[in-house]
Ligand binder design. Structure first.
Ligand SMILES: Cc1cc2nc3c(=O)[nH]c(=O)nc-3n(C[C@H](O)[C@H](O)[C@H](O)COP(=O)(O)OP(=O)(O)OC[C@H]3O[C@@H](n4cnc5c(N)ncnc54)[C@H](O)[C@@H]3O)c2cc1C
Length: 479
């Protein structure tokens, strides 16, 4: 069984793996990362890149994002002119509960106003086979249907509203990274114009197809296991077409015998579902082999092919009511060149893809998550993990283990970084008289203390074993 199948079955059984924010620092001024001599660079400003940047920003880290295209969002791209609501050209549905959104924001003080809508199980679902159109309900055809539509909004709007504002100044556009030299402590990135950037760490979030196509040259070969995963991964191409009609002659979903196969997927669906609009917009979603017939055509030839297909199913209604259409072919989209990692891929592939290299290169994105892949929230989760790993790999002042506390040479007199297994320890910042200023015990590793943000009196760090076993450390933080 593939891990993805396993998770799906757990979902059916009502056992879900929580999408847990791994960064549980309080987002206040007492913690700050920033002692790196060079920034952490993030390559790509899609869902994963923006999430990584946002989380690093929450921790006060020194980071920069380099994006090849002229805008952010990647596969969350939308069209705002085709209808009076945003048309999602890539990511469209929230594949799961709305709590996914607050998990991405990772800040309980932020209330999220993005509106999404689940499907009514009694809505119509069409199935076309052997020249016959069968109409049933979504409940009967799909069973439990978790997907939710964004209403007058989109995945991109959610990122624009909640994730982008604090990081927008740190994104530089039209910078396509073509080489990464990670032989030395300082990592050198080179863009398409030969400009170089010095990085302490790098989080790579480019689509897997970009690595497959060898767009980025690595100074030292990536580990064989990762190279094999990159080469062997099955990345689907994909296309979406939206057609505007004067009359709604189609059901909420329309599927075929080949709608879900190991080779790809194909659906027509009511793209205006739940929107406050009178527009009748039918979406076509095709990935993998099922996309090939549509991708082989462009312009009027593609339109005529789709209308002929629909006319056959709906007794000529499509051609009569056709107004206009718009196409997004992801396989030819610059800097993306693909849809996503095949649903049927074996979990060992994203497992290898997500592995960090030499504690310098970290990987995040929809394809770099072995829990599940192919969706925005998978890309965001991969970014959370990569950011945690990246922060953990930064130099440390104090290491706590079950048996000892190691004090390492200070890297920066104003910052303290504590790493390790805090399970059996209380960690406090105390005044000279021993009274507590702040209890850090519930925070996860690493804890970063910015001494500039402490009160203007001598302050100490106290780390003590909760069972009064092992070592106790009292370290002066500031004079
Ligand atoms: C047709 C289609 C339908 C989908 N439907 C859904 C859906 O309904 N729900 C859902 O959750 N997900 C859906 N997805 C998947 C979702 O869009 C992706 O999983 C997610 O957006 C990927 O985010 P990412 O950050 O991994 O990659 P991307 O969004 O691709 O971001 C990568 C970024 O890296 C940039 N880049 C590339 N090369 C370089 C370079 N050399 N240097 C610098 N920058 C570079 C790119 O320009 C891009 O901005 C769909 C995808 C497609 C294609």
């Amino acid at each position: 069984m593939k891990r993805k199948d396993f998770i799906k079955i757990m979902g059916i059984l009502g056992i879900s793996i929580p999408f847990q924010p791994i960064l549980s620092f309080s987002n206040n001024n007492t913690s700050s990362v920033g002692t790196c001599s060079k920034p952490i660079f993030i390559i790509g400003a899609g869902a994963a890149g923006m999430t990584a940047a946002y989380l690093l920003g929450q921790q006060g880290a020194n980071f920069q994002v380099l994006e090849a295209s002229s805008t952010y969002g990647g596969r969350m791209k939308i069209n705002t002119s085709f209808a009076n609501f945003p048309i999602p050209l890539g990511a469209e549905w929230l594949h799961g509960p709305v709590s996914i959104l607050s998990n991405i924001v990772n800040d309980s003080n932020v209330s999220i106003n993005t509106v999404t809508l689940g499907y009514n199980p009694q809505d119509t679902s069409g199935y076309y086979e052997n020249n016959i159109l069968y109409i049933d309900t979504i409940a009967n055809d799909f069973g439990t249907f978790e997907d939710r539509k964004f209403i007058n909004s989109s995945w991109l709007h959610f990122y624009q509203t909640y994730i982008l504002p604090p990081i927008s100044q740190n994104i530089t556009y039209n910078k396509q990274i073509v080489s990464i030299d990670y032989q030395n402590d300082i990592i050198i990135l080179t863009d398409q114009n030969g400009a170089t950037y010095e990085a302490e760490k790098v989080i790579i979030t480019v689509p897997l197809k970009i690595l497959k196509n060898g767009v980025i040259n690595f100074s030292t070969s990536l580990p064989t296991s990762k190279q094999n995963a990159i080469q062997n991964a099955n990345v689907w191409g994909g296309i979406k077409v939206f057609l505007k009609f004067s009359y709604k002659f189609y059901p909420t979903f329309l599927s075929f015998p080949n709608s879900e196969t190991s080779q790809g997927q194909l659906y027509y669906y009511d793209a205006a579902y739940g929107q406050n609009t009178s527009s009748k917009i039918l979406g076509l979603f095709a990935v993998g082999q099922q996309a090939a017939a549509y991708q082989a055509l462009t312009g009027n030839a593609l339109k005529d092919y789709i209308l002929a297909e629909l006319d056959q199913i709906f007794a000529g209604a499509a051609s009569i009511h056709y107004i206009s259409h718009t196409v997004q072919n992801w396989s030819t989209e610059p800097f993306i060149e693909s849809a996503y990692l095949a649903d049927v891929e074996n979990w060992t592939i994203p497992y290898q893809l997500k592995q960090a290299v030499n504690n310098k290169l970290f990987f995040a994105g929809e394809a770099y998550n072995d829990n599940d892949w192919g969706a925005v929230h998978n890309a965001a989760e991969a970014a959370q993990i990569a950011v945690g790993d990246c922060l953990n790999s930064l130099p440390t002042d104090i290491v706590v283990s079950a048996t000892c506390i190691d004090l390492l040479p200070e890297r920066n007199p104003n910052k303290f970084r504590i790493c390790g297994d805090f399970t059996n320890y209380t960690i406090q910042i105390i005044y000279t008289n021993g009274s507590q200023y702040q209890n850090l015990s519930n925070q996860s590793s690493p804890i970063i203390i910015n001494t500039n943000n402490l009160p203007s009196s001598p302050m100490f760090l106290k780390i003590q074993n909760t069972n009064n076993l092992g070592p106790k450390l009292i370290q002066r933080l500031k004079y």
